[in-house]
Design a protein around this ligand. Structure first.
Ligand SMILES: *[C@@H]1O[C@H](CO)[C@@H](O)[C@H](O)[C@H]1NC(C)=O
Ligand SMILES: *[C@@H]1O[C@H](CO)[C@@H](O)[C@H](O)[C@H]1NC(C)=O
Ligand SMILES: *[C@@H]1O[C@H](CO)[C@@H](O)[C@H](O)[C@H]1NC(C)=O
Ligand SMILES: [Zn+2]
Length: 536
């Protein structure tokens, strides 16, 4: 049979190539044994950090499922001319990992609004709703009233910390919006996006809530057009009609924001020149909106006009960390999700690598003793990583073995999405297609205009004070409670009892050591007694 001969030939080539590209040191078993011994020792040496978190640095990869995570690691290594699989991303170095169940109250597979309400406000809710509990209905303003839930950004501000949001999307988008707004619909970016009925019933748009609900010290992302009156020319794209201001109520929220901050050092910037000129040492407030809507993909960013996520993360931390009481900062890699929706693996992975560099910058600027750093995804995407690619083969490449239709397929594919292309019942022949290009759309099993989200658990990674709370398989809303407990903000202040802001760990607190277990037991008894005393 022609096809089985083809398969045997391909298999032969596979084995030949695979062994010739194997790394010499990896053929020595001592390589693996010593590598494992070093890892084991560093795990044994790990100290339990029970400090109160002065700072919370929360990195959210929108749509950054486990497959994306693994594939981005390989890409990051390959961009540095490594084979990639063995590369250690910054996110990989976080000692505590848990799994998070992402379903919303009404859907098995959630969206970014419902999930953000879970991990920022501590309450699971319905799809498309922001900062409201599940008694509120998607798009129904009347059901919003009385059902608002506040976020950890507000709890941190109320506790005297400085707070900020940094994103690669518009700052009114679901993830950042949930930190400051309450909205029965995630789509109510400006008043022009709201039905008249919702306005009559007293609901307000998300952009206007950016100024009203919580006094946010640092706001960085895109979304200028939702802030200015209808028809206002955009400073960067004055001739582009779709970039113009959207607001029907005639308000200019950028000017209003500047007025509100009179007497403080507050900067509004929309380009990189002005952004670079902002001195974090003297700045109290920063609002930076680099695009009318979402920012550009990292791979298409113009570094002369727009800063990278690394640069925006750094500026935010430097401004916020002047507060002796600490800070809460949400940093979102928001366009991993958008690239996946478009079936563009290249873009999704490059956005994830950009987020990993921002995480590295965050760790560089803070101290593990006092900063709880979290990396998490809100939900996953139907990206699959399949076939038997050679070691070190491009993660954006094709299978060495062809499918039974005698055509190759890409290592990365989607369950659904815009990449479904059948012609006369045959898959496209991609032998001559450059699947590594930034615009390539991977094959999907089922045609949908936009890839959907997917429903498997996502990872939560943690480092710093109380990072050990982020373990096991948890409901997503637990994350807000655990972060708040660690930082001693919000409703549960038990962790404040008898703690100073920074408590240096002692060797007895070694996580794997028996002495620690009895100390922990004693701690549990003490806090139970304390809780009992407080209840009386
Ligand atoms: C990787 O190799 C290519 C081709 O040899 C070279 O142009 C590039 O600079 C290298 N990149 C790194 C990060 O070493
Ligand atoms: C940046 O924004 C400021 C303030 O609007 C403006 O004066 C300046 O010309 C802009 N710079 C660039 C390079 O666009
Ligand atoms: C499908 O098959 C028909 C008939 O053989 C042929 O004319 C047509 O070009 C094919 N379409 C494509 C997209 O290959
Ligand atoms: Zn999405």
């Amino acid at each position: 049979m022609e096809s089985s001969r083809g398969a045997i030939l391909a298999l032969f080539l596979l084995v030949t190539f695979a062994s010739s590209s194997a790394k010499v040191d990896e053929e020595n078993p001592e390589f693996w044994r010593s590598q494992a011994r070093r890892t084991l020792q560093s795990t044994l040496d790990r100290k339990l950090n029970t400090n109160v978190a002065k700072n919370i640095l929360f990195f959210l990869g929108d749509g950054m499922g486990i497959t994306t995570f693994t594939a981005a690691r390989i890409l990051k290594g390959q961009l540095q001319n490594q084979t990639g699989e063995e590369t250690v991303m910054t996110m990989d170095t976080f000692p505590n990992v848990g799994l998070v169940k992402t379903y919303s109250v009404d859907f098995q597979i959630p969206d970014s609004a419902a999930t953000a309400t879970a991990y920022l406000c501590g309450v699971k809710t319905n799809l498309n709703t922001i900062g409201v509990n599940a008694a509120a209905r998607n798009g129904v303003c009347k059901t919003q009233k009385g059902n608002e839930v506040t976020s950890i950004l507000k709890w941190a501000k109320d506790a005297g910390k400085s707070v900020g949001i940094v994103t690669t999307t518009r700052v009114q988008h679901a993830t950042p919006a949930t930190s400051y707004a309450h909205s029965a619909s995630r789509k109510w970016y400006s008043d022009a996006d709201m039905p008249d009925g919702a306005k009559k019933d007293g609901c307000t748009d998300i952009a206007s809530q950016l100024l009203k609900n919580t006094d946010i010290d640092v706001i960085i992302g895109g979304g200028r057009k939702y802030m200015t009156p209808r028809g206002t020319k955009d400073p960067e794209y004055p001739r582009d009609y779709s970039s113009r201001g959207k607001r029907k109520d005639g308000r200019n929220l950028i000017n209003e924001w500047q007025m509100l901050k009179t007497g403080k050092v507050a900067h509004y910037v929309w380009n990189k020149t002005d952004f670079d000129a902002v001195d974090p040492e003297t700045t109290d407030y920063l609002m930076a909106l680099f695009e009318p809507g979402d920012l550009r993909f990292e791979a298409e960013r113009d570094p002369s006009t727009d800063p990278s996520l690394v640069e925006t993360t750094e500026k935010a931390i430097r401004i916020l960390q002047k507060n002796p009481k600490g800070f809460f900062l949400l940093v979102e890699g928001g366009r991993i999700d958008q690239a996946h929706h478009a079936g563009r693996g290249y873009m999704a992975l490059h956005e994830t690598v950009a987020l990993d560099y921002a995480v590295a910058k965050g760790l560089e600027l803070t101290r593990e003793e006092e900063t709880l750093t979290i990396v998490m995804a809100d939900h996953s995407h139907p990206l699959t990583f399949n076939g038997y690619p050679f070691r070190g083969q491009s993660i954006l490449g094709k299978s060495p073995l062809w499918a039974t239709d005698m055509l190759p397929y890409t290592t990365l594919m989607y369950g659904n999405g815009p990449g479904h292309k059948l012609a006369n019942g045959t898959r496209p022949d991609i032998r001559k297609v450059n699947t590594k290009s930034k615009d390539y759309v991977q094959l999907s099993a089922v045609p949908t205009q936009s890839a959907t989200h997917s429903g498997e658990d996502v990872a939560v990674l943690a480092r710093g004070p109380m990072a050990h709370l982020f373990q096991g398989v948890q409901e997503q809303n637990y994350v807000a409670h655990a972060m708040a407990y660690a930082a001693c903000v919000g409703a549960d202040l038990r962790h404040c009892q008898g703690q100073t802001a920074v408590h240096t760990t002692t060797p007895e607190e070694n996580i794997w050591n028996g002495a620690h277990r009895s100390a922990a037991l004693l701690g549990v008894l003490l806090s139970a007694l304390l809780a009992h005393a407080l209840l009386m």
